[in-house]
Design a protein around this ligand. Structure first.
Ligand code: ADP
Ligand code: MG
Ligand code: ZN
Length: 475
């Protein structure tokens, strides 16, 4: 048996979060009744003309510069011709030989090892509609999605395992979500992935024949689909067979990939330049504006959290898992200047009650509540244990302040020496035997007396102060 090296390249289609479609003013809003977000342009009616959406171009350029691509001064839209009921014009407007950007890369962190994965190109294209099968025995077409702007991001065949492929996909999604151009939703189809997989004998330089697995709709499936395809190809090659280039699909139920269409059935798209759109000319000022509009990217943020804020890598990873988490963390840090303590509280308490969907994240508390709570602990006004009780009363109540909860529950730690001294003296006179033991050198008994004072104060005494007072009073 030969030892094979997998070679993998991913093609990703990401929906740009514009309000309107790529070539018309129709809404991109999902969930609208079928065929309500349509017009002559996206229905492909004769005589209608496409007009390019400037915001879509801005977002596409932002994605390309975030992926370190070279931006072309001019690019050409082309017609990709094929017949399918969800494509009313009979062609899809895409970019083909002259995309607006090429030669990018994306750094992927693989257990601490950075690997740069090449990006062949990023281009713009319009989405097709959606066929809905089996409605009362019919197949129906919803064209709300037809004409929605997409970027296609074609990756170089630089990936060598399903783990690397999944890590690349995640890193790519993180970048697009952080720059606000895509909501990263594989399950809902706004971020879609095709995986190209081939094998070659380890050490060989020539690539083997690849198969393309279409439309994988979850991160878990990406890895499983690629592993299943690697296993399938290994069996064929080990038996002396040849891989046939084809398009396959992954069936999560059987865990297998299966043939969709062979190369012989491959479409001849007869691409030609779109006559209704002039070449796209990107001014350097426009590109520069998109570049300077880029926020800190997730990988850089992660590095800064570890190197400058001294967060544990796992916390840095969690807090950069969603831009909303990172924003919450930053806002809480603005109110309490100890990032490690803030991170600890956010990761362990806040994120348990957080929900992220698309670009939005929601929390059961506010960053200001967290910073105020941590400040109360820091000032010794409440203990860490009390902070958790206060927190439980803050959840779902943005209007409550930690201090008001502390006051209402009479929780405040008593650090007033005079008040505590009185309680200590009372406890000492009630326990003459224990005091004698301590004076005789049994320091361990002090803990018992601290406990009595805590009980007497109903848990509100500052235990550190009590301990030092008792020590003074018994010597
Ligand atoms: P298309 O899918 O339209 O034929 P390409 O030929 O440009 O387009 O290839 C698309 C994808 O296939 C790219 O992501 C590329 O990295 C990947 N790819 C190309 N050759 C191989 C190969 N031998 N093994 C695995 N992936 C490959
Ligand atoms: Mg392809
Ligand atoms: Zn329209």
């Amino acid at each position: 048996m030969t030892d094979y090296e997998p070679v993998i390249g991913l093609e990703v289609h990401a929906q740009l979060l514009t309000r309107t479609k790529l070539f018309c003013g129709c809404s991109t809003n999902f969930g609208a009744p079928p065929n309500t977000n349509v017009c002559p342009v996206c229905l492909g009616l004769p005589g209608s003309l496409p007009v390019l959406n400037r915001e879509a171009v801005a977002m596409a350029v932002r994605a390309a510069v975030a992926l370190d691509c070279t931006i072309e001064e001019t690019s050409i839209f082309a017609r990709k011709n094929y017949f399918y009921p969800d494509l009313p014009k009979g062609y899809q407007i895409s970019q083909y030989e002259e995309p607006f950007s090429r030669h990018g890369s994306l750094a992927v962190d693989l257990e601490g090892i950075h690997k740069r994965i090449g990006i062949t190109r990023v281009h713009m294209e319009e989405d097709a509609g959606k066929n809905v099968h089996g409605v009362g025995g019919d197949s129906l077409v919803d064209l709300n999605r037809a004409g929605v702007p997409l970027v296609e991001i074609v990756g170089e065949p630089d990936l060598r395992s399903s783990t690397e492929a999944a890590a690349y996909l995640r890193a790519l999604r993180d970048v697009l979500v952080f720059i606000g151009v895509n909501d990263g939703n594989l399950e809902e189809g706004s971020f879609r992935c095709d995986a190209n997989v081939s094998l070659r004998p380890r050490g060989a330089s020539k690539f083997g024949t690849r198969c393309e697995i279409k439309n994988i709709n979850s991160f878990r499936f990406v890895q499983r689909a690629i592993d299943a395809e690697i296993a399938r190809q290994t069996v064929i090659l080990d038996a002396g067979g040849k891989i046939t280039q084809e398009t396959r699909s992954f069936d999560p139920d059987s865990g297998q990939t299966k043939t969709l269409r062979s190369k012989e059935d491959a479409h001849d798209y007869r691409y030609f330049p779109e006559p209704d759109l002039p070449p796209l000319a990107l001014e350097s000022g426009f590109v520069a504006a998109q570049k300077s509009a880029l926020p800190e990217l997730p990988a850089a943020m992660r590095r800064r959290f570890v190197d400058e804020l001294k967060l544990p890598p796992a916390a840095a990873l969690t807090l950069t898992g969603h831009p909303g988490y990172a924003r919450f963390f930053a806002a809480a840090c603005a109110g309490f200047d100890d990032p490690v303590k803030v991170a600890n509280w956010v990761v362990n308490e806040v994120l348990r009650g957080a929900k992220a969907h698309g670009l939005e994240a929601s929390f059961s508390v506010t960053p200001a509540q967290v910073s105020e709570l941590l400040a109360l602990v820091e000032a010794g006004e409440i203990s860490g244990k009390q902070a958790k009780d206060v927190y439980a009363e803050l959840e779902g109540h943005a209007e409550r302040s930690p201090r008001s909860v502390v006051d209402a529950r009479g929780m405040r730690v008593v650090s007033d020496e005079g008040a505590l001294r009185a309680i200590c003296e009372k406890v000492l006179s009630a326990h003459p035997e224990q005091v004698a033991s301590i004076r005789a050198g049994k320091k361990g008994v002090l803990g018992f007396l601290v406990g009595q004072v805590m009980k007497e104060s109903k848990g509100s005494a500052n235990p550190k102060l009590v301990s030092s007072l008792l020590e003074k009073l018994t010597t």
